[in-house]
Design a binder for this molecule. Structure first.
Ligand SMILES: [Zn+2]
Length: 137
């Protein structure tokens, strides 16, 4: 059986220096990574704050907007159920069974779902449009 010889003197010092060098490089690497992560997280938080701010602006604009220049966005989808919200908009059963479209108001950046069946319409309340807000933030 061969006994492993322990490093001595100069060899030990060399190994120690190499180890420290690696440790320093690793620490520097992880610091850079950490900084990048922090920056990304901060950017995420800023975007979140901006989205919240724009949502509030949209809710304020919504209170006074007459929604005169609205248009449909996206493609029509099939009927999936009533879009009316009790206490805010009325249910219209005659509008059920047709298509559902999304109406958008660029003035207040709000949108609403509309069920359309022949000449009958059923609307949901206006709410800030998350897509329009995401585009701006
Ligand atoms: Zn509006």
């Amino acid at each position: 059986m061969k006994i492993k010889q322990l490093p001595t003197g100069e060899r030990l010092v060399k190994r120690y220096r190499l180890g420290r060098c690696f440790a320093a490089a690793w620490a520097a690497d992880s610091t850079v990574e950490q900084l990048a992560l922090d920056r990304e997280r901060e950017r995420g938080r800023e975007t979140e704050r901006e989205v919240k701010r724009l949502e509030q602006v949209a809710w304020h604009a919504l209170a006074t907007c007459p929604h005169v220049r609205t248009y449909e966005v996206g493609s029509p989808a099939g009927f999936t159920g009533s879009v009316a919200v009790w206490g805010q908009t009325d249910e219209n059963r005659a509008a059920h069974g047709g298509v559902r479209v999304q109406e958008y108001c660029p003035t207040c950046r709000c949108s609403r779902a509309v069920n359309i069946n022949m000449w009958s319409r059923e609307v949901s309340p206006w709410t800030p449009d998350p897509e329009a807000i995401a585009r701006e933030s």
